[in-house]
Design a protein around this ligand. Structure first.
Ligand code: 5GP
Length: 395
């Protein structure tokens, strides 16, 4: 790709302006690995390509879930260590989410044992300041320095927590524990949604701690490099192999495993009854199909339809138009069956999405986001209801 003007250079990446598109940047990851705020630095040929792949795959997963990120495309092909992102003004804060106690937390708080599960997850902010070793910073101080507003910090915490849960889900299904995670935010500098907060920078194997089988000694992330006393070529080869393993594992993170929702109406008169649920399940991007059967006119056909659907789809959920049909389907199939009359439409869509989210991280992330939006809608409505009205004469 024809890269334009260099706009920024970090320890492990270079950013260029895309020619003719000032709101789009090209990010190229370098073959450097650093630790101790740049005090230790090594060249690791191929690391840039691997880091770009990891970041692109993580961001693509987050985009599929509906989280706001700066990622547009690229970075994944072997020969193309170039990621296209929306330009953003970076907020100089590292947001760390911890699900398991480790690292600087256990140094700072000796009362918390390394490996302790942290619920609720802990969110901490660190000021980006290499010279002072990225110190921990309190929310009031961030606001006082004008780095972010309280509203932005609330959103950053919520988005960071959801990001952690999505990645923890993906890692869990690969028998690996996500211990902690660092992300950074920016405000879009132009185009649609200008000023909006997005997850920016990179999320790669330098940004988290991951312990296969929950065992620290099997760690695959950058901590292994940080912990080295001296760095030998053999050590670097092991670090390189770990980074490659992680990029491969992350390769399957952004896959939406196509689940199918079968809406089954008991008689043609029940078809319309399912429409509101179908509209709500579309929010999750679920695939669906509709069938009409009749429990009392053609009962054998109900069983035939079920057998046919069960044999066709590996990941399937039934939604029946009423209790009689739901009971018949439940007895006939090992697949989950829900009775549409037992739930309101949005509640049922959520239950269906949750069922399919168990082994689908994209669906899991969409569920988390829908729940977070529902919570913030309630809080927003509560804030509005007692808000003073507009001044007389301006209504
Ligand atoms: P800790 O505060 O325990 O050292 O780090 C918490 C998490 O944030 C770890 O996953 C660590 O990898 C990540 N982290 C902390 N500081 C940095 C940093 O300067 N750069 C990167 N890439 N990750 C960091």
């Amino acid at each position: 790709m024809n890269k334009g003007l260099e706009v920024a250079r970090g320890k492990t990446k270079v950013l260029y302006e895309k020619p003719g598109e000032p709101d789009t940047l090209v990010v190229t990851a370098l073959d450097n690995i650093t630790a101790g705020d740049g005090a230790r630095r090594d060249e690791l040929p191929g690391k840039g390509r691997i880091a770009a792949k990891t970041t692109a795959r993580v961001f693509r997963l987050l985009n599929l879930c509906g989280l706001p990120t700066h990622y547009l495309s690229g970075g994944e092909d072997d020969d193309d260590n170039e990621m296209l992102v929306r330009r953003a003004n970076m907020i100089p804060i590292e947001v760390v989410v911890r699900g398991v106690a480790a690292g600087s937390l256990v140094k700072r708080k000796p009362g918390i044992a390394k490996g302790a599960i942290l619920v609720p997850r802990m969110v901490e902010f660190f000021l980006k300041d290499d010279a002072n070793h990225d110190p921990l910073i309190e929310i009031d101080d961030i606001v006082h320095r004008g780095l972010a507003t309280p509203q932005e910090l609330g959103m950053m915490s919520e988005i960071a927590r959801i990001t952690f849960e999505i990645l923890a889900h993906a890692w869990r299904s690969r028998e690996t524990l996500l211990v902690d995670l660092k992300i950074e935010f920016g405000r879009l500098s132009g185009g649609e949604g200008r000023g909006n907060l997005v997850i920016a920078d990179v999320i790669d194997n330098d940004s988290w701690r991951v312990w296969p089988q929950g065992r620290e000694e099997l760690m695959l992330d950058k901590q292994m490099y940080r912990d080295l006393e001296t760095v030998t070529p053999d050590d670097l080869a092991r670090v390189h192999a770990n980074y490659e393993t992680v990029a491969d594992l992350v390769g399957s993170f952004p896959a939406l495993r196509s689940g199918m929702v079968a809406y089954v109406a008991d008689g043609a008169q029940s078809v319309a009854l399912l429409d509101p649920v179908i509209a709500q399940t579309n929010v999750f991007g679920l695939q669906s199909l509709r069938r009409v059967v009749s429990t009392h006119l053609v009962p054998a056909y109900v069983l035939q339809a079920v057998q046919q659907l069960d044999a066709t789809f590996a990941r399937l959920v039934y939604v029946a138009s009423g209790p009689h049909l739901a009971a018949m389907l439940s007895a006939a199939t090992p697949t989950p069956v829900f009775d549409a009359t037992e739930f309101d439409a949005s509640e049922l869509a959520l239950v269906v999405a949750k069922t399919l989210a168990m082994d689908d991280t994209v669906m899991f992330g969409r569920v988390l986001l829908v729940q977070a939006n529902a919570r913030s809608a309630v809080l927003g409505a509560d804030a509005q209801i007692n808000a003073p009205g507009p001044p007389v004469g301006l209504a």
